[in-house]
Design a protein around this ligand. Sequence first.
Ligand code: ADP
Ligand code: MG
Length: 259
Amino acid sequence: MTDAADAISGAATAADAPPMISMRAVDKHFGKLHVLRDINLEVPRGQVVIVLGPSGSGKSTLCRTINRLETVDSGTIAIDGTDLPAEGRALARLRTEVGMVFQQFNLFAHKSILENVMLAPVKVRGIDKKKARTEALALLDRVGIANQADKYPAQLSGGQQQRVAIARALAMNPKVMLFDEPTSALDPEMVNEVLEVMVGLAKEGMTMLVVTHEMGFARRAGERVLFMADGQIVEDSDPETFFTAPNSDRAKDFLGKIL
Ligand code: ADP
Ligand code: MG
């Protein structure tokens, strides 16, 4: 379609929508260490992207720049078509659109599970407590632990705590969810209950970036694999291609070690 015809039809098609995550020429150093090198990435709405790579390759830093836990030296990052502002209220607002789940659950130890999930919606989004409570209970139900709402984090298993952390991130109604090795700190028998919640989110159409070593999950839920090495995206392909026919020696070497 020509630009003119496009303008006349005026219909917002999926092809017209801005990418949910857009990174252009992003560079980042920690001192002399060049941790992100010319990162260019567009993630369309609803895509589930798996990020793989050796330790120290920049996976966590990539995630942390997307919700601005880390600043970048140069380049731009946009969420759903809006550039991440440098600071201030606009940044705080945009940051709520990007939920993040870490290896360590980081729940508030002295607050109940329900309070953990209600806190940010009440404090940051200004939602009234009654509504926040109803929404929090619905989210806890969605991650399968509504019956634990009045307990404290230490009374829950690691898998349950991580599901609370996911519910807490979802409570801000994010457009994007970032997961940084969400199951790496869990006992093996608890990994699947967390991955199941993530598979459910993926099926519901959430845009997700997932750093994980869980290859079963990567193949099942992933639509795209980014392989990072030395701060660069070295491969960007569909999971089948990546796992069966990786291009680079770095990826072949990596897969040889983990599969
Ligand atoms: P990955 O998640 O792939 O293991 P990271 O993004 O955590 O890699 O780290 C990339 C590199 O940056 C590593 O060499 C790491 O030691 C370094 N790094 C990470 N965070 C910091 C920081 N806050 N200060 C200095 N160096 C850091
Ligand atoms: Mg990491």
